[in-house]
Design a protein around this ligand. Structure first.
Ligand SMILES: Nc1ncnc2c1ncn2[C@@H]1O[C@H](COP(=O)(O)OP(=O)(O)O)[C@@H](O)[C@H]1O
Ligand SMILES: [Mg+2]
Length: 347
């Protein structure tokens, strides 16, 4: 049986520690420096659980798109990037291939609908929530770029956003991450609803959809790119979950799946693919999807996600080479100060 107790509150010397620090005491996660500042109700930090061994620092700009970030961005924490120039030199050259583009008529995303769900706003205001997801984005892009240079191929461009159970913020974090990544200059992002049993990305963004990932997996005659929805937010694309089958996991584990997913980034090295996963402990597709992604972001909801559930989820996702933890909806700041005021931005 899975124990769903909360991560115990500390007493004695651990009293006053953040959930991350408490979790690190329990799980022995690697130290990660510098610690990103925390925020009210947003993702408090990203903590790597397992990472590829570090190599020489990358002398080039750290952006997967190779361009500077949007104006007004706060300075990001200096994170050493695991890239080796030797690895770049010896990486297998990629065959010239047709670029897969998503050419459907863009659907409009209602900005008020985003606001109603506390999602990131696109009105140009720099909010604390936006700043936090920019930090998460930057860390994922750094690792994605390193993964590609180290021969990770298309999977380096894929991120699985997962958590042990429903309601912990997978869709909230995956959607905010996609909105933030879409702002990358010359970069684009495809948000894939991979929660086949309870898809919610389309409703979160107020989009209407048709065929999706599971349809393309079940029927090889359906080109996956034709299922992708373009939006009026530049650089943001969405792939619906499609019709659920009784064999979702079997389709995901079939040999055909790798080829279908590869088409999503074919000829587009600056395109990131974010999978909004089903809960790892409630549905088997999460573990299957972990085999195809270079990184997994495991969402733990502050003071809700249980220790054993988190451990079980991490073990189910073990096929993924780089697992990071993201603490969602924290109501404390480990540093004792507000992120927004620290960087001089308003709420
Ligand atoms: N940090 C947050 N701030 C505000 N609302 C949140 C936050 N995280 C999650 N929610 C809300 O909690 C609910 C469950 O989150 P959701 O992302 O749908 O969970 P999951 O996808 O893991 O089932 C949603 O209504 C979502 O908008
Ligand atoms: Mg969800």
């Amino acid at each position: 049986m899975t124990e769903h107790s909360k991560i115990p509150l500390p007493s004695g010397p651990g009293k006053g520690k953040s959930l991350f620090e408490r979790a690190e005491d329990l799980f022995g996660f690697d130290a990660f420096a510098p610690a990103p500042p925390a925020e009210l109700a947003g993702p408090a930090a990203v903590q790597p659980v397992r990472q590829a061994p570090p190599t020489a620092p990358d002398p080039e700009p750290a952006d997967v798109s190779g361009k500077a970030d949007e104006p007004g961005q706060a300075p990001q924490p200096a994170v050493p990037e695991a890239v080796s120039t030797a690895a770049v030199a010896t990486a297998a050259p990629e065959a010239a291939e047709e670029t897969i583009r998503f050419t459907g008529t863009p659907q409009r995303i209602n900005r008020q609908h985003l606001a109603d769900q506390a999602l990131i706003q696109l009105d140009g205001r720099v909010t604390t929530l936006l700043e936090e997801f920019r930090i998460v984005k930057r860390q994922l892009l750094l690792a994605a770029r390193a993964g590609r240079r180290n021969g990770g191929g298309a999977s380096a461009q894929r991120v699985l956003v997962c958590s042990p159970l429903p309601g912990e913020g997978k869709t909230f974090c995956a959607t905010n991450l996609a909105l933030t990544m879409a702002a990358e200059k010359d970069g684009e992002v495809l948000l894939v609803d991979a929660d086949f049993a309870k898809p919610s990305v389309l409703s979160a963004l107020g989009l209407s959809g048709g065929r999706g990932l599971m349809d393309a997996l079940a029927d090889p005659s359906i080109p996956i790119e034709e299922c992708v929805i373009a939006t009026d937010i530049p650089g943001l694309y969405v792939l619906p979950a499609g019709n659920q089958t009784s064999s979702d996991s079997e389709y995901l584990s079939s040999a055909h799946t790798g080829d279908v997913l590869d088409r999503l980034t074919q000829g587009a090295p600056n395109r990131m693919v974010i999978f909004d996963s089903p809960p790892a402990l409630a549905a088997s597709p999460a573990a299957e999807l972990a085999k195809y992604v270079g990184q997994a972001l495991v969402v733990a909801r502050a003071d809700i996600t249980g220790q054993s559930a988190l451990e079980d989820a991490l073990s189910l996702l073990s096929a993924c080479p780089d697992i990071k933890l993201l603490l969602n909806a924290a109501h404390f700041s480990p540093s004792g100060r507000r992120f927004g005021s620290y960087y001089g931005y308003g709420e």
